[in-house]
Design a protein around this ligand. Sequence first.
Ligand code: CUA
Length: 335
Amino acid sequence: MRYAPLTVPIIKRGIFLAATGLLLAGCQSSPSTLNPQGPAAARISDLTWVLFVVGGAVYVIVMALLLYALFRRRATTQSSGPPGRERWIIWGGIGLTAVVLLLIFGFAVNTLVAIARPDTADQLTVEVTGHQWWWEVHYPDEGVTTANEIHIPTGEPLEIKLKSQDVIHSFWVPELHGKLDLVPGQTNTFWLQADQDGEYWGICAEYCGIQHAKMQFVVVAQPPAELERWLQAQSQPAVTPTEPQAVRGQEVFMEANCGECHTIAGTAAGGELGPDLTHLASRRTLAAGVVENNRGNLGGWIIDPHGIKPGNLMPATPLSGEDLQALLAYLEILE
Ligand code: CUA
């Protein structure tokens, strides 16, 4: 055939891509549903393996039968065998398929029911609101507001109320649970639980605009007593600067109108368009998980946010080097 020379490289490329995919799936650094770290994710992982094994077995059996039918020695006469054999094959095929599909369906429904609610009652509620392109995190009972970071008690379920400020987003921590959408105008209730202390990566799993891929967050599972201390610290107003450079930094913050969009509790800054900065320095990342929270990245983010995350709502803030250093000195004390 004329197209044969092209087909071979395409098949080779396909095998290479499939193999690369398998290698990447085994990578522990990226969050994977096959590396469950909580009770809900464990059930989802079991379902995934059952579907994979059953689907794989069906594929192998069908292919074997197909090859058998293609290559078996043909009968010398037109007769297709004893009467009733064909009917048996047709009804057997339908019956077996129905049984396999029903069993899988039953297993899937059972998993859905099992992960709908946690086994034990949750003590803590957090409201997560999706924005283009960051996550607002609010603990209503503790009066704590932060961003792109959700702290949860290890070994205990946490109730999550999901909302959206603009478009549809989807909340997904692959190692802890499945996905649930954040839909404007409605509240969807979800829960998370982690078996071990640690940090679990979360992502937006619904295309929500140009920076959808840079809408990430981190879930920090910590012992309940440690979480208590964290909530206590986060519920306090921001520290007042005393060191001259930081005092000047607070003035720069106000002069540059940063407070129009950001809140710093205990100051005149009360904007609600962007993330609450009251305890900015305690957070692990900037720009919704895009870069590590350190002085260099924070300075770069203030001067040229679109260089890091094109299209986001934060305007570039041109500052003199001196003012920028003062502003950074101030923001760095907001722990
Ligand atoms: Cu938010 Cu995709």
